[in-house]
Design a binder for this molecule. Sequence first.
Ligand SMILES: C[S@@+](CC[C@H](N)C(=O)[O-])C[C@H]1O[C@@H](n2cnc3c(N)ncnc32)[C@H](O)[C@@H]1O
Length: 253
Amino acid sequence: MVWNAGVYLTYADERTRPAVELLARVHHDNPVRVIDLGCGPGNSTAVLAARWPHAHLEALDSSPSMLEQARKSGVRAHWIEADLTSWSPAVEYDVIFCNAALQWLGDHRGLIPRLASFVEPGGTFAFQVPHNMEAPSHALMRQAAAAGLWAAKLRNVREVAVLQPSDYFDILQSVRAQIDVWETEYLHVLDGEDAVYEWVSGTGLRPFVQALDGSEREAFIADYKSRLRKAYPRRLDGTTLFPFKRLFAVARF
Ligand SMILES: C[S@@+](CC[C@H](N)C(=O)[O-])C[C@H]1O[C@@H](n2cnc3c(N)ncnc32)[C@H](O)[C@@H]1O
């Protein structure tokens, strides 16, 4: 799946705020080894670098275009191109941090214990995933995908996979962590035309759009945009309010 770092960073503040709020619940003064999984263009890595300037900081992503942008960010980190589904580090980490990436991988019941096993005793695994699959932005994506001549091509597009907060609690309890799980619903205030479309086009919409070409892709986008305009009307001041729920988990070992 191809990522566009520029489109993703259109809402850099909104996308980075959860990383800051997740990190606020990670209580380590001087971790030696820290890694940012699914670092994207390096926005979450920058937050880690500022908090622990003396740590050995690594940042991993499977997308060459995201890593290219990350390297240009000037953030002091060791950038690693790797796929988390098969990643198996030779060392353990004091902090494994993952903001807004695990939702792209399936099988969280297997994945999370595996990633947690790479944490040093006394260390922390902290992650955040969007938890808004039932919001109109995603429900309408599925409805638009099923509604047109393109339906057959979009039937098997894999959506992001997120469990319930109590599921993450159970998974982390099974690996004997001290657990802190919570949710936050942000009320994003977006500017411009088709602002919610612009937001999701940088993330959740990409697998749908990338499965179509040419006029079919354009028709699908037009259909989806018109549904979004009704669900998220633009306000008199030109802004659009976009409620967005996210799930956070911090596990200390
Ligand atoms: C939504 S971005 C998050 C970027 C950044 N961490 C942030 O806080 O905004 C998700 C990132 O996860 C990466 N990703 C998705 N699947 C992955 C995988 N299997 N292995 C490694 N990285 C993956 C994508 O390439 C993308 O850069």
